[in-house]
Design a protein around this ligand. Structure first.
Ligand code: SRM
Ligand code: SF4
Length: 558
């Protein structure tokens, strides 16, 4: 089971030599000759929730002028279960305006990112977030990331009780180093290093990023099986009993590297009681820490560790480390995955309004002043803000007496019409960021998918299936940030303007899709979908989703 003979990757050296993630970040920041950071610091800054990027649209122009690329930084917040107060939203609105491009971007992991922060603006940005009690610690890097949880607060009276686990797990798995506070928030350097001794991460952290999700059935809006650890809440007779635990999910591949693959989490069993639940999650992380591949980062996620060790030996090791046995998994059923747009009332009589934010982009446009409108709503103090893993936003916890005020504001800024006008395919769609900020993008996604959907909508209408629930997702490369491998229709960028088309995922995120066609350009994508929709309409069974149809008809085979 041991993995000790590995030759360590470069990032492993950077981590262990980093003085608990400090590196030379302070020096890099004060170097005003360049907008970039020293090489090692570019890896380390991720553990602080930031990425060094450049504007890829401007690379050529900058190179022609013999200027260095236009470097800037993206910050991602740590926001367990994706909840913000109205004050925090207002504060973030101002921070976005003062320090970033101004666009607020809701991510597929229930938090927000701001892009285009220039080097001198990083500290003021982090300080401003700190005054709002918001941080970006461990939002990226080889540690546990933002813990996500089913977003719909009206779906279960137990939502608040279960969602608390997201915070507990996030805090349990935070790195102990004070580096974030020292570098960004002027905390005095600690002299006694014992204070930041980290039994979980030690000095090597994890071999790779680590992701945890909590699903509250019937919702699988978090795509629970796409996470390193997936917790499925078990509720019986209105009582929360514990979680089924799945482990080893991951949704990324690398083109041309057959050793990489997307994988759904394997069910390990059921655990009850807060202490045991937290212990089980903790020990899954320690197994990955101890046995994960530290030489090849492409093969370092927990999914590869589990496949190397085997699910049964992994469970045995987990039980040994926990000191208790997992029970057999309890029954559960997922029947929803998308968000529920518009107004919904919850069990306590409070109202939620889910806003359609296309691919999570919040900005003002001609017909819908989304950003200004959401600020005006926050100013009333009558709503909280919860992000969904489908890149959308729920205005939540609104009293009946305040509903009319929010309704008026949604109308004044065109947000209600914008939400109502979105077709089902558009509402359920996800695209990752891709160009211009993502350094790994091979093709467009967030900027391109809205226009492509405008061309797919008439095809759906032509075949009379515009009211069918279909999950279409696009990513600009095979890393799968928009979870394209777990959708009914997945478009995965291969080079500029070209996509592999994957088909056959199920509606509720319990089956991966399979590659159907390679390197399609737009005309071929539309032609292939037109043909597929026709076949679906002619051959489907009552209530059958398009992904299930494709599998039953063997249009794709593994
Ligand atoms: Fe991701 C890397 C954006 C969710 C798998 N992801 C990146 C980077 C940071 C590019 C980079 O490494 O420099 C992208 C930044 C783009 C930009 O300009 O903002 C990026 N990932 C995103 C977001 C913002 C997509 C979005 O439009 O919402 C999502 C942020 C989530 C968050 O708030 O934490 C995002 N990334 C995901 C997901 C989906 C999920 O977690 O549910 C996945 C697939 C699930 C998984 O992890 O298996 C995902 N991102 C990756 C990978 C491949 C990891 C791997 O196992 O190999 C990379 C590349 C890497 O880590 O080397 C990556
Ligand atoms: Fe970038 Fe690829 Fe992730 Fe899209 S899927 S954000 S292109 S890394």
């Amino acid at each position: 089971m041991s993995n000790s003979t590995q030759k360590l990757s470069v990032v492993e050296r950077i981590k262990t030599n980093s003085d608990a993630l400090r590196g030379s970040l302070k020096e890099s920041l004060t170097d005003d000759i360049t907008g970039s950071l020293r090489e090692d610091d570019q890896s380390l800054i991720k553990f602080h929730g930031l990425y060094q990027q450049d504007d890829r649209d401007r690379r050529e122009e900058r190179s022609e002028k013999k200027l260095e690329w236009l470097y800037s930084y993206m910050i991602r917040l740590r926001l367990p279960a994706g909840l913000m107060t109205a004050e925090q939203w207002m504060g973030m609105h101002h921070i976005a305006g003062e320090h970033s491009t101004g666009v607020i971007k809701i991510t597929t992991r229930q938090t927000v990112q701001l892009h285009g922060i220039l080097k001198p603006h990083i500290r003021p940005t982090i300080k401003a977030f700190d005054t709002l009690q918001l941080d970006s610690i461990a939002a990226c890097g080889d540690v546990n990331r933002n813990v996500i949880c089913s977003a719909d607060p009206s779906a279960s009276p137990l939502h608040a009780e279960i969602a608390e686990y997201a915070t507990w797990i996030s805090e349990m798995a935070l790195p102990k180093t004070r580096a974030y506070y020292e570098i960004w928030l002027d905390e005095k350097q600690i002299l006694n290093k014992e204070e930041e001794k980290d039994p979980l991460y030690q000095d090597r952290y994890l071999p790779r990023k680590f992701k945890i999700a909590i699903a509250i059935p019937p919702d699988n809006d978090v795509d629970v099986f796409g996470n390193d650890v997936g917790l499925i809440a078990v509720v019986e007779n209105g009582e929360f009993l514990g979680f089924n635990i799945a482990a080893g999910g991951g949704l990324s591949t690398t083109h041309g590297n057959p050793a990489t693959y997307a994988r759904l989490g394997s069910m390990l069993g059921f655990v009850s009681g807060k202490e045991n639940i937290l212990k089980a999650v903790y020990e899954i992380i320690t197994i990955q820490r101890d046995f994960g591949n530290r030489s090849d980062r492409k093969l370092a996620r927990l999914k590869y560790t589990i496949d190397r060790i085997g699910v049964e030996p992994f469970r045995t090791e987990l039980e040994k480390r926990c000191g208790f046995k997992l029970e057999p998994a309890r029954p559960y059923s997922f029947t929803r995955r998308g968000d529920h747009f518009g107004w919904e009332q919850n069990h306590a009589g409070k109202w939620n309004y889910t806003v359609f934010t296309e691919n999570g982009v919040v900005k003002d446009e001609e017909k819908c002043a989304m950003k200004t409108g959401l600020y005006a709503i926050a100013e009333t103090g009558k709503s909280k803000f919860r992000f969904t893993c489908n890149q959308k936003l729920v205005l939540c916890d609104i009293d009946t007496d305040d509903k009319a005020t929010i309704e008026r504001l949604l109308e004044n800024f065109g947000i209600d019409k914008h939400t109502e006008a979105a077709t089902l395919i558009r509402r359920n769609a996800i695209a990752c960021v891709a160009f211009p900020t993502c350094p790994l993008a091979l093709a467009e996604a967030q900027r391109y998918l809205p226009g492509l959907i405008s061309k797919i909508e008439p095809l759906l209408q032509k075949h009379g299936i515009e009211n069918e629930e279909i999950y279409l997702r696009m990513t600009g490369c095979p890393n799968g940030c928009g979870r394209s491998y777990i959708s009914e229709i997945g478009l995965i960028g291969t080079s500029y303007g070209k996509y592999n088309l994957h088909l056959g995922g199920d509606r509720y995120g319990e089956r991966l899709n399979i590659k159907y066609r390679e390197n399609l350009e737009e005309p071929a994508i539309l032609e292939t979908l037109d043909d597929l929709f026709g076949k679906y309409v002619r051959g489907r069974k009552r209530g059958e989703g398009i992904g299930d149809f494709v599998i039953r008809k063997k249009l794709v085979t593994a």
